[in-house]
Ligand binder design. Structure first.
Ligand SMILES: Nc1nc2c(ncn2[C@@H]2O[C@H](COP(=O)(O)OP(=O)(O)OP(=O)(O)O)[C@@H](O)[C@H]2O)c(=O)[nH]1
Length: 423
């Protein structure tokens, strides 16, 4: 399948500007298609109209009054307008059209802002925003504004409907809520949402036309991240929407990097224990260790050793898609499966062991094969540390018996554990 980089139509008649602009666009991982006039825009659209977005100069030699904008919008191309005209009239004229944004060239950070907008146009179609307002006209107005930036918009006519959507729909990163609604008001709805969705999952912006000077504080104290006083202008609206969505994204990225092992992408040890804490007893735990890994590093180099770790992680995920898998460190992995079914787990672990032994990694020094040893323990009542210790004992047994095998059993708290071994 083709994974071609998205194309961006860059429309600018100044050669001084178009070169650095295209360079920046390409650096973001897009393909810039430079054109310098309205005639060239027509030609580019006739050649291939599939552009992810356009960065358009408002004033072109053959289209001095923004005539290029309706042409781009007719072709449904999200358009960021760059202009040297920073007067109110031009600004109003441009923002009357459903462009993404209007950026004066005079600002030294104008190009940076354009890049940020392009990144958002790429990401926003995957982000859901929920608009909560009892007025259909207001919901429709907010929907149109948000769709300029390509967000997926959901609507709720009151707090009850909004809470239902938030409980069942995943991927909502932002809620825009009115305050005065029949039934539960926006402030109460915000504090209810915060009981089950924290700031890492969702940002909330309160919106109200009320003249009550305490409204901002009431929303923020209830758990909102921001507040907009009606009427607001389009640019302020988007600055706040973008800032709040980015805030959630940054928190999620931080959380992800705190929880994940950067090499394999699996959970790290700390996150493993965090996940396990919320589980009831009655599970199986397996500890997997790559055999003679030091030899792989010494013989093929650390980069190939890293590849072995990553390939092992991918197979682990495919054999245990619904379970908790973590890289504990070095060449050691842990799998926690629930509910307890020790014989099934042993069989699945042995299939995994054989699949890994059959894997061949091609390296500059020839094909590499490797094996793993696995220890597994299951119990109805034992806590995680007892199980891990027992699984580790079984792992030691597997290594001691010659490696490339699974050893494990069910822990009977009242007697010595029975052992099952498969070679
Ligand atoms: N490439 C790579 N090597 C690592 C990483 N973390 C730890 N290691 C290496 O893993 C090796 C582990 O070796 P040992 O603990 O001696 O175990 P082993 O060679 O697998 O021997 P057995 O466990 O007895 O089969 C050490 O050489 C570490 O340097 C990593 O992230 N990448």
């Amino acid at each position: 399948m083709s994974t071609a980089a998205p194309r961006i139509l860059v429309i600018e008649d100044s050669l001084m500007l178009i070169r650095p602009l295209c360079r920046m666009v390409n650096k973001q991982g897009f393909v810039a298609v430079p054109v310098t006039s309205m005639a060239e825009v027509r030609q580019a659209l006739a050649d291939d109209p599939r552009f992810m977005a356009a960065v358009a100069d408002y004033c072109l030699p053959d289209a001095p009054n923004g005539e290029v904008l309706p042409l781009l919008l007719e072709n449904r191309i999200p358009t960021v307008v760059l202009t040297a005209h920073n007067d109110m009239q031009t600004r109003e004229r441009v923002l009357c059209m459903p462009v993404v944004d209007y950026i004066p060239k005079e600002s030294p950070s104008a190009f940076e802002y354009v890049m940020k907008m392009l990144r958002r146009i790429r990401i926003n179609p995957g982000i859901k925003v929920l608009v909560v307002d009892d007025s259909q006209a207001v919901r429709q107005f907010l929907r149109l504004q948000l769709e300029r930036h390509l967000y997926q918009v959901l609507e709720a006519a009151d707090a009850e409907e909004a809470l239902g959507i938030l409980r069942h729909e995943s991927g909502i990163k932002l809620v825009l809520t009115d305050h005065d609604m029949p039934g539960m008001d926006g402030v109460r709805m915000t504090s209810t949402v915060r009981r089950f969705l924290d700031h890492t999952r969702l940002a909330i912006i309160g919106i109200s036309g009320s003249q009550d000077p305490t409204m901002t504080a009431r929303f923020i104290k209830a758990g909102a991240d921001d507040y907009l006083q009606k009427p607001f202008n389009y640019e302020e609206f988007f600055c706040r929407v973008t800032r709040n969505v980015e805030f959630v994204e940054n928190l999620q990225a931080l959380q992800e990097s705190a929880n994940k092992d950067p090499l394999s992408g699996l959970s790290n040890r700390r996150h493993f224990f965090e996940q396990v804490a919320s589980l009831r007893h009655n599970y199986s735990v397996a500890v997997l260790d790559i055999d003679l890994f030091k030899r792989i590093n010494d013989g093929f180099g650390h980069d190939i050793g890293d590849q072995v770790i990553c390939q092992t992680a991918r197979l682990l995920e495919s054999f245990f898609p619904d379970d908790i898998i973590a890289r504990f460190g070095g060449e050691e992995f842990v799998i926690l499966a629930q509910p307890l079914d020790a014989p099934d787990m042993l069989r699945q672990l042995d299939k995994l062991r054989r699949a890994l032994a059959n894997l061949s990694i091609s390296t500059p020094l020839g094909d590499l094969r490797f094996t793993v040893s696995i220890g597994m323990a299951a119990a109805e009542e034992a806590d995680i540390s007892t199980l891990l210790k027992q699984a580790d004992n079984y792992l030691y047994q597997a290594k001691h018996n010659g490696r490339n095998q699974v050893c494990g059993g069910i822990i009977d708290q009242t007697s010595d554990p029975a052992s099952v071994a498969s070679a």
